[in-house]
Design a protein around this ligand. Sequence first.
Ligand SMILES: C[S@@+](CC[C@H](N)C(=O)[O-])C[C@H]1O[C@@H](n2cnc3c(N)ncnc32)[C@H](O)[C@@H]1O
Length: 240
Amino acid sequence: MSRIAHAGHPIKSPLDDDSVRRLLERGAPRGDERVLDLGCGGGEWLLRALTTRPHLHAEGVDISEDALAQAREAANRLGVEERLVLHRQEAAGFTSAQPFDLVLSVGAAHAFGGLLPTLVAARKHLAPGGRVLIGDGLWEREPSQEAIEMLGDFSDLATTVDRVVADGWTPVDGHVSTRRELDDYEWACWGTLAAWALDHPADPDSADVLATATTRRSEWLRVYRDSWGFVSLVLRRTSD
Ligand SMILES: C[S@@+](CC[C@H](N)C(=O)[O-])C[C@H]1O[C@@H](n2cnc3c(N)ncnc32)[C@H](O)[C@@H]1O
């Protein structure tokens, strides 16, 4: 279902193509960086970095074999497979002999237990002077208890950035997902899933898929659309 739901929005986070391009430009300004993505999913961030920068090398870590298979297929199709290494394992347990100039982790902070633990993990992999590109949820308005139970607890934008700064990082760029990016992402997921069910009425999973799309769309609209947002930050260590 995840593969179908994200077919129309391969970046599995609420960011449009321009935002992704701009954040990658800030994260990998030279073009020959070594890039690591912790929780890379289908590898879409890495694939975009690799196809636009012929001297860049990338590694991705994820626990989903299906997502990694998709990344592998796309890398072969795009001719960047020789510069991409994929690891199927827990992101928190990943180790590498060589550090990275850019460590990405977008929409995967739950794999580490939150934003600050994700930064602790990213720092272990960072070369001196390197950058981290991290994306995580935030509250744009006071959430309901139901929203907190459904999505986990976040902070508002200013508090989120304050915590990151207090942890020894300086934001050198950032992007707060717009209402349109947030809505486009949810419509892409639940709309694509619903459309698949309508297009495959004879499939034994069709009714379940339609029910899931209906439930998830309703949860979004009723429980968290008004309060949840998403911020992406490009970070450098304030002092190494
Ligand atoms: C919302 S997706 C984001 C994917 C990608 N970063 C993007 O923005 O397109 C979260 C990803 O984290 C992965 N993930 C969840 N827990 C993980 C863990 N413990 N270790 C590694 N990956 C994990 C999931 O399999 C999924 O691919």
